[in-house]
Design a binder for this molecule. Structure first.
Ligand code: FMN
Length: 198
């Protein structure tokens, strides 16, 4: 049995997010094709995610012997490290993703949990995990040098040891004259296909 963490970052009301339309479909198909797996949904706006605070530093750099498992920050890092697969869904905001996702990434970037320091430098601890990032955008940024969301997630997860990183990217959702629904249908099909073997 695998543990899946479905990480959602968006402020839109239920049913209004184009990104979640794709990611929810991905998760639905995933659940059907992997009935034995456990999917945990982490909707960041419903969680107590904030900026790191001065009093968090001690826990971030302190011993990771399990005593701090329920610490308000470390509990997210432990949860992340204990999952096998990540489905991350967030729209493009200002060339990357909503800041709450960056705040969450600060919570889970914890030495001794997701990576560790050695004499040779930092080493990721999550090399058996895999991830998919699902994103929609108003404009066209796939493979653009201005795009920093995919690049940041791929790099940070790679730093944690997660080399298996895939994306579903849907551009031009705000451009008039583009056949949005047709491209959405194609993305849903792509998502379903990927979910079956994820
Ligand atoms: C605060 C904010 C910032 C945005 N920044 C960008 C951007 O930098 N580039 C872009 O292509 N679209 C940008 N968009 C548009 C969204 O990425 C686009 O509408 C996306 O499809 C929204 O997905 P959603 O329906 O899941 O929220 C932005 C939207 C918002 C609300």
């Amino acid at each position: 049995m695998s543990k899946i963490l479905y990480i959602k970052a968006n402020i839109k009301k239920e049913g209004e997010s184009k990104t979640f339309r794709i990611s929810d479909h991905f998760v639905e198909v995933y659940k059907k094709s992997h009935p034995q797996d456990e999917v945990i949904t982490l909707d960041l706006y419903k969680e107590a995610i904030g900026f790191l605070r001065p009093e968090d530093l001690e826990a971030l750099y302190g011993p990771k012997d399990g005593v701090n498992r329920n610490h308000r920050v470390l509990k997210y890092a432990y949860q992340f490290a204990e999952a096998d697969k990540y489905i991350i869904a967030a729209p493009m905001w200002n060339l990357s993703f909503p800041a709450i996702l960056k705040a969450y990434l600060d919570y889970i970037s914890v030495t001794g949990i997701t990576f560790k320091y050695t004499h040779e430098g930092a080493v990721g601890l999550l090399e058996h995990q895999k991830a998919v990032y699902i994103v929609t955008r108003g404009g066209a940024y796939t493979d653009s040098p201005y795009e920093m969301g995919v690049r940041y997630l791929r790099t940070l997860l790679g730093f944690f040891g997660v080399q298996a990183f895939e994306t579903i990217e849907l551009d031009n959702m705000n451009r008039s004259g583009t056949d949005i629904e047709k491209r959405m249908e194609e993305a849903l099909k792509r998502a379903a296909k990927m979910a079956e073997t994820f």
